[in-house]
Design a protein around this ligand. Structure first.
Ligand code: GLV
Ligand code: MN
Ligand code: MN
Ligand code: MN
Length: 405
């Protein structure tokens, strides 16, 4: 293994890192995103790849002329607020380095090979995860995507134009999607399964169905010192009961549910709030369990809102159905990644990925690299350098297998 991975990683590491938290704030079409895009374009060009940005803000770097049957690998470079270094970037750096490794091996691909970087995978800025891959595949209408707003009310179309891209190109791109013969995304593991099995690399079996819901509790602002408890219409109270319900409904259904984002208005210590907006992220092994969690949480939210004289508005912001990766490709990838040691372990995950979106239109697989902390979406997310190198070798072996015929 050359030190190409280490050099790429060192160049990428400072971009968008918050000095106070040590976490990453890499938001689509923001200043860090522009730096990430030029880092990727430079890194790909210096490896002899041809770089293009599609009408949805996704980037592609081609080894060989773009065309049908391509073997595509890659991931994303955006982050959650104060996210870890590896979620997304590990897949992009590993993809670039796997291509370099194949060149060192003297491998001549029989099909085009490309490295892709998908836009707004985390949905951290505009609320809908995997927006770039959803747009590409037609899983979201371009009009809806264009009108999505960030926390400051800036639309996706405005932010895209501000970053120098033409939003007129938004929407399904069957020509580009049709070039993909197979997609393989390498990703840091976001749990402890590989740490427990003692393997550096694994493959994905499935992604739990999941979604995001916005719950807006509107009451009446008032004085914290003079308003009698009985006279209040305090939206914080039904909100609090909703958070507890998320925990208990998830536990009852073998699922997970999280309220990780809240907006309180007007957000004053000595005022009863006028409105609390909460975002629920719920995930479960199957659609029935997920439906049960969401039904239980919203029932409690409605009952608590009614008790407190608070109005409740509900909206589902995103839906990610269950993904079962192609068994044939998964087994082939697990075998190629494991080489003489035998197939790598195959795992389900509760995390969403562009691979999950692409799986509805092309054969798709994922490789996971061990994360010794098991932590993700936080600065403690980690992968040892030796495991990153093992991931690159596994990915190169997989690409060589898939692009060799
Ligand atoms: C994205 O990483 C998600 O699973 O939320
Ligand atoms: Mn993530
Ligand atoms: Mn990711
Ligand atoms: Mn993800």
């Amino acid at each position: 293994m050359s030190d190409g991975f280490d050099r790429l990683w060192a160049d990428l590491e400072p971009i968008g890192r918050h000095p106070g938290t040590g976490g990453y704030r890499r938001y689509t079409f923001g200043a860090a995103d522009a730096e990430l895009r030029s880092w990727f374009a430079g890194a790909a060009a210096s490896r002899g790849l041809d770089v293009e940005t599609d009408g949805n803000g996704n980037m592609w770097a081609w080894w060989g002329a773009p065309g049908p049957g391509a073997v595509v690998t890659g991931s994303h470079l955006d982050s959650v607020p104060d996210g870890g270094a590896f979620d997304g970037p590990l897949g992009v750096v590993s993809a670039l380095e796997a291509v370099a490794e194949l060149r060192r091996r003297g491998f001549a691909p029989a099909r085009p090979v490309a490295v892709a970087v998908f836009a707004e995978e985390e949905g951290a800025r505009f609320g809908v995860p995997c927006l770039g891959s959803r747009l590409l595949t037609g899983a979201i209408a371009p009009e809806r995507a264009a009108a999505l707003t960030d926390a400051d009310g800036v639309t996706w179309a405005e932010a895209m134009a501000g970053a120098g891209f033409d939003p007129a190109g938004l929407g399904p791109d069957p020509e580009r999607a049709g070039r993909i013969g197979a997609f393989v995304e390498l990703h840091v593991e976001q749990g402890r399964a590989l740490a427990d099995t003692g393997d550096a690399v694994g493959a994905a079996r499935s992604i739990w169905p999941h979604g995001r819901w916005r719950l807006e509790f509107t009451g009446r602002a008032d004085h914290a010192g003079t308003t009698r408890l009985a006279d209040r219409r305090d939206p914080m109270l039904p909100f609090a009961r909703t958070v507890l319900a998320a925990r208990s409904c998830a536990a009852r259904n073998g699922a997970v549910a999280t309220v990780g984002r809240v907006r309180v208005e007007p957000n004053g210590t000595n005022a009863v709030p006028s409105r609390v907006t909460a975002w629920l992220d719920a995930r479960a092994p199957g659609a029935a369990e997920l439906d049960a969690v969401v039904a239980g949480v919203t029932a409690e939210a409605r009952a608590a809102a009614a008790e407190h004289g608070v109005r409740l508005a509900e909206a589902q912001e995103s839906d990610s159905p269950l993904v079962e990766f192609s068994a044939e490709l998964r087994d082939r990838v697990a075998a190629a990644a494991g080489g003489a040691r035998g197939p790598v372990p195959v795992l389900p995950t509760g995390a969403g990925h562009d691979a999950g979106v692409l799986a509805s239109v092309v054969p798709t697989a994922m490789l996971f690299v061990r994360n010794p902390t098991g932590v993700s979406h936080a600065p403690e997310e980690h992968a040892e350098r030796a495991d990153c190198h093992a991931g690159v070798t596994a990915l190169a072996d997989v690409l060589q297998d898939l692009a060799g015929e």
